[in-house]
Write a protein that binds this ligand. Structure first.
Ligand code: BTN
Length: 278
């Protein structure tokens, strides 16, 4: 990086709230708590960041970027303070108060076949659950257990993006991992099962630092590891309990290596799991 570019970066970081002390040609980080903006987020995540104050959906933008990012180029993260058309799993809407939560989409290109992607998505969810120290509800809801069930802290919408075959040079298949985590929001209209870090008494002063920890945990997952799903199994909150998925009621016994939830011996590949009894 040229001296001019470095100076420009330091000025931009300071404008976003990063306090630096210049001492000759040395730079000392004084305090970055509360800093927020594209440069801070790129520093925290160690990735190129596209930051939007408002956009329809970070997943939509990340999918467009995945279609045009060449093989071998750094893969971006899209972050928004507000989404006007945030999307959840199974066609649902994801709404979040502006500027209080984490709304981001990470582009990933694991060296896996599409059939192996569900395992990787579970492992990335588990890596984030570990950072947040929360549980997982199959397939990848970030939840905290309560005696009578659970409260949802965050959700993940994973989408595959394959460039059209006439793209030259060919662009590999990507996974866009869209993540919404409730951080400081304390009121959730019509969502009695929602919670946030604030409601759990866990004040987050630095959303950028938390985002960085989450993205770096995703990037640290070795998707080829034999024990890839072990962390998911340790973080799961409903195993051994009676659940309902669609019309099927039975005991959630575990997950198969392809990511299917086993309910009383039957594999479930998609759906919402509801707890029936403790
Ligand atoms: C779920 O239904 O639990 C998944 C919710 C995923 C929401 C996130 S917010 C950032 C990203 N952009 C979207 O439109 N959705 C995901």
């Amino acid at each position: 990086m040229s001296t001019d570019a470095l100076e420009g970066l330091l000025v931009a970081l300071q404008a976003e709230g990063v306090q630096l002390q210049m001492d000759g040609d040395r730079v000392r980080l004084v305090d970055a708590r509360g800093a927020w903006g594209p440069h801070t987020l790129a520093w925290r995540t160690a990735r190129p960041v596209h930051h939007h104050q408002s956009c329809p959906s970070t997943n939509r933008i990340a999918r467009e970027l995945a279609r045009v990012t060449p093989h071998g180029a750094p893969l971006p993260v899209v972050v928004a303070d507000h989404q006007s058309a945030g999307r959840g799993r199974r066609g649902r809407v994801w709404s979040a108060s502006p500027g209080q939560n984490l709304l981001f989409s990470v582009v990933l290109r694991p060296a896996l076949t599409p059939a192996d992607m569900p395992r990787a998505i579970l492992a990335w969810a588990a890596a984030m659950a570990d950072v947040l120290d929360v549980s997982l509800k199959w397939p990848n809801d970030l939840v905290v257990s309560r005696g009578d069930g659970y409260r949802k802290l965050g959700g993940i919408l994973a989408e595959l993006e394959t460039a059209s075959s006439d793209e030259v040079p060919a662009i590999p298949t990507s996974v866009v991992l869209g993540v919404g985590i409730n951080v400081s929001q304390t009121a959730f209209e019509d969502l009695p099962l929602a919670t946030s870090l604030a409601l759990l008494g866990r004040t987050v002063i630095d959303r950028a630092e938390l985002l960085g920890a989450l993205v770096q945990a995703i990037d640290a997952v070795d998707v080829q590891a034999d024990d890839l799903l072990d962390l998911w199994r340790r973080r799961a909150c409903m195993l051994g309990r009676t659940v309902r998925v669609g019309d099927l009621v039975g005991v959630a016994e575990g997950i198969r290596d392809d990511g299917a939830l086993m309910v009383s011996g039957r594999p479930v590949l998609a759906g919402d799991v509801e707890l029936i009894s403790r």
